[in-house]
Design a protein around this ligand. Structure first.
Ligand code: GAP
Length: 451
């Protein structure tokens, strides 16, 4: 099994990601996030949001609607040829392919003859209200940022902001992709985390370089290896229709380099066009009376693509086993070394044995004690070695074991995922110690080392 298949299988088996509508044979290019997947995704979104809002000045948040007046999409250029892929259909098997992904003039599936390339718009159509006619047509948004542009005046005046400032938004986006592929890498429904930085045109290049560096640093802060990350300058011919300059931040997936984030200098394309189509003046007036359309520097992350990259980055197989139990010594063990901030489950609480009611009772008390503060899991099934392996496989940061000594002195052991070292800590100090572990404090200084 190749690495991608291993990750897909882990995602399904351990409740991260499932094919959508699986009991009805699925829906192409759409996925559901399970209990661990939704925690991981929420953590990723929270980490990004905090990075943007807390670590930068002059950035505010927004949650605009998915449905918008269809004029938005005329103004943005999404209803014209700029947001369309060229597709070719096989005359024999009727399968469709993206023109720019074909090598040669034969169908890659059946070797049949391909028809002429034709344009295919990626917008997902829907209707607002009970009558389904052209007057009620609108679209599911293909990018979240348009909701930001159309709220530019509302946000600027209600928050009394001055240029330069940024707006961030996280939300669903939809594209009727011809050829969804590579699991959650290219799907028809996905989420974006977008930041739009409004600035003076003369400062756009400076901010473009600044945001490019900031975004690369963010991935590295979360442990992504430098060699798996690159910033690719996109040529004029290949750029999105709105971009004056574009850099794709790419991750080295096992199936090749793939874009996880775009950094764009969108110029004044958006505010100028929305002014033109809406008839509202979206230009900015400086204190000296000079007027201009702000330029927009955008950073746009695909949540699922980044999450997929973090899963690859975290996945490790340890041959010969890493837990000390003999039963696992010959096996390959999986360790999901996710950054602490992203790990879906922070703490596992494990009674050493399940046939000693006092130990089980104590472990359940510890679980109840921690549950309001951390995402925890209680597990009493199977040997302790097997349970450690289960928690390592999904990246649980630390495991707490209640044992015979716990009954005597109210202490427990904490096992750290990455080092497998164990310390003994009093239950009364547990909450504080876990907080320190999650903040990355030196584990061995937080309790008495268990030899
Ligand atoms: N507002 C700018 C914009 O949407 P984009 O490069 O088209 O730019 C930004 O998309 C990011 O959204 C991409 O870098 C990618 O991570 C994600 N993305 C785009 N299409 C996607 C798809 N079909 N499936 C999953 N993620 C997608």
């Amino acid at each position: 099994m190749d690495l991608t298949q291993k990750i897909i299988s882990l995602c399904k088996r351990r409740g991260f990601i499932f094919p959508c509508s699986e009991i009805y044979e699925g829906l192409g290019g759409v996925y559901d996030f399970g209990p661990l997947g939704v925690e991981l995704k929420n953590n990723l979104k929270k980490t990004w949001w905090e990075e943007m809002i807390k670590n930068h000045d002059d950035i505010v948040g927004l949650d605009a609607a998915i449905l918008m007046n269809p004029q938005v999409w005329k103004a943005s250029g999404h209803l014209s040829a700029g947001f369309a892929d060229e597709l070719m259909e096989c005359k024999d098997c009727r399968k469709r392919f993206k023109f720019d992904e074909l090598n040669g003039d034969k169908c890659p599936e059946c070797g049949g003859k391909l028809g002429k390339p034709r344009k295919f718009n990626l917008m997902m159509k829907t209707y607002v209200g009970p009558v389904e006619d052209e007057a009620t047509v609108t679209y599911l948004r293909p990018e979240t940022c348009q909701g930001i542009y159309i709220n530019f005046l509302n946000v600027m005046s209600s928050m009394r902001l001055k240029i330069p400032f940024g707006m961030v938004q996280i939300g669903k986006a939809f594209r009727n992709e011809i050829n969804p592929k590579n699991f959650v890498f290219r799907t028809r429904e996905f989420e974006q985390m977008e930041m739009e930085w409004f600035c003076h045109p003369k400062e756009a290049n400076k901010y473009f370089d600044y945001w490019k560096e900031e975004r690369l640093k963010w991935y590295q802060k979360l442990g992504m290896r430098k060699e798996n990350l690159r910033a690719k300058e996109i040529s004029k011919e290949e750029r999105a229709h709105y971009a004056k300059r574009q850099i794709d931040i790419e991750y080295h997936f096992p199936f090749g380099w793939g874009e996880i984030e775009g950094v764009h200098n969108r110029g004044d394309w958006d505010l100028k066009n929305h002014s033109k189509y809406s008839g509202k003046d979206l230009s900015y007036t400086e204190e000296d009376g000079s007027k201009y359309y702000p330029y927009i520097i955008e950073t746009s992350v695909g949540v699922e693509r980044a999450l997929f990259a973090f899963l690859f980055e975290a996945y490790q197989e340890i041959k010969g086993g890493r837990t000390t139990t003999t039963e696992s010594a010959k096996e390959v063990e999986v360790l999901l070394k996710l950054p602490k901030s992203l790990a879906p489950i922070k703490i596992a609480v494990l009674p050493l044995v399940k046939n000693k009611p006092e130990i089980v009772k104590k472990a359940k008390e510890v679980y109840q004690l921690l549950k309001p503060y951390f995402v925890c899991q209680y597990d009493e099934v199977g040997s302790i070695g097997r349970r450690y392996r289960r928690v390592d496989e999904v990246g649980v940061v630390a495991s707490i074991t209640c044992d015979f000594q716990t009954l005597e002195d109210n202490t427990i052991t904490i096992r750290e995922r990455d080092s497998m070292k164990q310390i003994r800590v009093e239950i009364s100090k547990l909450q504080e110690v876990i907080q320190k572990i999650l903040k990355g404090k030196n584990f061995l200084e937080l309790g008495k080392l268990v030899k």
